[in-house]
Design a protein around this ligand. Structure first.
Ligand code: C5P
Ligand code: MG
Length: 171
């Protein structure tokens, strides 16, 4: 999938990956906090996440001003994320659309457990995954619904196999 978007000039940025990298950084004052949130399936305060995203975006656009299209993966995940984005990015970024990978909870859990055999991720275990599903239902779904009301959601049936999952055409 990333190749598909790269073809259209999008840079893929994963909020979760940026948080995991920050957690690994021994100089970071946020490492412990991030680990705790990730293991508990909770959403890290947006000040941390948005500063990591913005730093990445500024760096990429600083090196090449034409690289100004981003696929931001795993964000916004709750109301706090959304507010932080609006506060920081107001007048600076247009959100074209939200890609919603719609997938049955149990299939998501099975896939992550399979991934957990080699990922080394502290949240690829059933306990953390059940908590992540709760966070999704309580905090993320309402944000997707907001974007839905704005007509910005492109929904993909992600329950199918990789080969069968189709990506809607970009604008
Ligand atoms: O998207 P990903 O599966 O990489 O996210 C893993 C975890 O990272 C989430 O369950 C959450 O604890 C944290 N995260 C976050 N805020 C985001 C994205 C991820 O706190 N916007
Ligand atoms: Mg991810």
């Amino acid at each position: 999938m990333y190749c598909f978007f790269q073809k259209y000039g999008y840079t893929h940025l994963s909020a979760g990956e940026l948080l995991r990298d920050e957690r690994k950084n021994p100089d970071s004052q946020y490492g412990e906090l991030i680990e705790k949130y990730i293991k508990d399936g909770k959403i890290v305060p947006v000040e941390i996440t948005i500063s990591l995203l913005k730093r990445e975006m500024d760096q990429i656009m600083g090196a090449n001003a034409q690289k100004n299209k981003f696929l931001i993966d795993g964000f916004p995940r709750n109301e706090d994320n959304l507010q932080g984005w609006n506060k920081t990015m107001d007048g600076k970024a247009d959100v074209s659309f939200v890609l919603f990978f719609d997938c049955d909870n149990e299939i998501c859990i099975e896939r992550c457990l399979e991934r957990g055999k080699s990922s080394g991720r502290s949240d690829d275990n059933r306990e953390s995954l059940e908590k992540r599903i709760q966070t999704y239902l309580q905090s993320t779904k309402p944000v997707i619904d907001l974007y839905e009301e704005m007509g910005k959601v492109k929904k993909i049936d992600a329950s199918k196999s990789v080969d069968e999952v189709s990506i809607p055409i970009l604008p």
